[in-house]
Write a new protein. Structure first.
Length: 433
């Protein structure tokens, strides 16, 4: 078999066989297929797409490129959730303790942020002492004993994705449905959970900019999950503006704490309760969504959910006092107010630009090697639909850097102020089961 023929076949819009896909993934992971040929194939896939069966074969070939996690030592049905990535997305921080409060085992593998999107592992590391690299045994013991654990992805899980994702990042081939679907689902399958709830984001801060594309991605991933015997549900949620009011790391932890105390913003509370309810239904604890949601609302009201977050922080080596003393979290030296130049109503906020501005303040990484400043971030004082007079504060930038001109310009330009009040998008677009 020759890589040249595989590229040519896909370039001509033909369907690749299982053997051809395996040849590509194995050869690229081992280093016998060079970046330039892999890039050419990725671009051909970008333009010509892949059938459902090709996407499923690609996913399995990626799973088989490395180790897989065996969670059979965990009692009960294990649920995981995954977001396709957004700005201000702290839903995992909320749903892990929330679902675990109902006694459902949550075995969560998470990633780090890159570019304008944040990562749950980085956010948790802003809590002093919190360990995100658990050994396999610690992970399993914590889920068995406390019904929850979160860990960064282990070294050799889906090595094909690590190489391919880095290559896609520099060859403008990230936003391809079969490539995103196989990248996400291969990691979820290799991580060993029985059930997966996918949060597919749509809008200016997401990879999928239109609702139609988001549905297609959601359907593709749900089909892959089903074909590999994993119960999978996708929830399509809004990312046309940042989620909640905080974008960063330690400030997002504070906002997640607020939701678990029952004082969260409407958008985050609704998205978190929806994702958590489907996790509870797939985990077998409830027959229907409404009963699951009522039970979850009750664990927030009773204080069980916030106590569970304290426990999660404690068992992973962090200081649980942060839940009541947020000043323990890293604080930035400078707080810069970005003020509106004109009056009117906030018509839209470009979430990707807010993510980029936060990254420039130190809250994210431009390259994988960058270090994160956990105290850096943005507080959104105005959101879509809000009235804004000239001189009103739109957002506040938190940073330890002195030169923030570019971040300020980008944050201001992200706000589109119009003369009339627009309707706020719905938080949840739909469910794919
Ligand atoms: N998240 C992933 O893990 N992979 C993608 O391709 C896109 C988002």
């Amino acid at each position: 078999m020759r890589m040249y023929d595989i590229i040519l076949k896909k370039r001509n819009g033909e369907e690749l066989t299982k053997e051809e896909i395996q040849f590509f993934i194995n050869g690229y992971t081992e280093g016998t297929i060079p970046d330039y040929q892999a890039s050419a194939l990725l671009m051909a896939i970008y333009f010509k797409g892949m059938s459902k069966s090709e996407t499923a074969e690609l996913t399995m070939a990626m799973v088989n490129s490395g180790e897989t996690v065996d969670l059979t030592a965990i009692k009960g049905v294990k649920v995981d959730k995954h977001s396709t990535g957004g700005v201000g997305d702290k839903i995992s921080l909320i749903v892990i303790p929330l679902v675990a409060s109902l006694g459902i085992p949550v075995a969560k593998m998470s990633g780090r942020g890159l570019g304008h999107t944040g990562g749950t592992i980085d956010k948790l590391e802003s809590i002093p002492g919190f360990r995100t690299e658990l050994t396999g045994d610690e992970f399993i013991d914590n889920v068995n004993n406390y019904k929850m654990a979160i860990s960064g992805q282990s070294g050799n899980l889906v090595p094909a994705d690590k190489k391919l994702y880095a290559l896609r990042d520099v060859t403008a081939t990230i936003d391809s449905i079969p490539l995103i679907a196989s990248s996400i689902m291969s990691k979820k399958i290799a991580s060993g959970a029985d059930c997966i709830v996918l949060d597919v984001k749509v809008g200016s801060g997401a990879f999928m900019k239109s609702v139609e594309e988001a549905y297609l991605l959601a359907e593709t991933m749900v089909e892959i999950g089903k074909s590999l015997n994993r119960k999978t549900i996708a929830v399509v949620t809004d990312m046309s503006q940042p989620l909640g009011h905080e974008v960063g790391n330690s400030n997002e932890i504070i906002e997640a704490i607020e939701v678990l105390k029952g004082k969260g913003s409407k958008d985050e509370t609704q998205v978190a309760l929806t994702i958590a309810s489907y996790m509870a239904v797939l985990g077998g604890a409830f027959e229907d969504f409404e009963k699951a949601q009522a039970a979850l609302e009750e664990v927030i009201r009773s204080g069980k959910a916030i106590d569970k977050l304290k426990l999660l922080i404690q068992i992973q080596g962090g200081n649980p006092d942060v839940v009541d003393k947020i000043e323990i979290l890293p604080q930035a030296k400078y707080h810069i107010e970005v003020r509106s130049k004109k009056g009117g109503y906030v018509n839209s906020i470009d979430a990707e630009s807010i993510g980029i501005s936060a990254m420039l303040l130190g809250a994210g990484r431009r390259t994988k090697e960058d270090r994160i400043d956990f105290s850096a971030g943005i507080s959104m004082k105005k959101k879509v639909g809000d009235k804004s007079n000239p001189g009103d504060i739109l957002c506040v930038l938190h940073t330890n850097l002195q030169n923030t001109g570019e971040a300020e310009r980008i944050a201001l330009a992200a706000y589109n102020i119009g003369n009339s009040r627009v309707k706020v998008n719905k938080y949840i677009y739909g469910i794919i089961q």
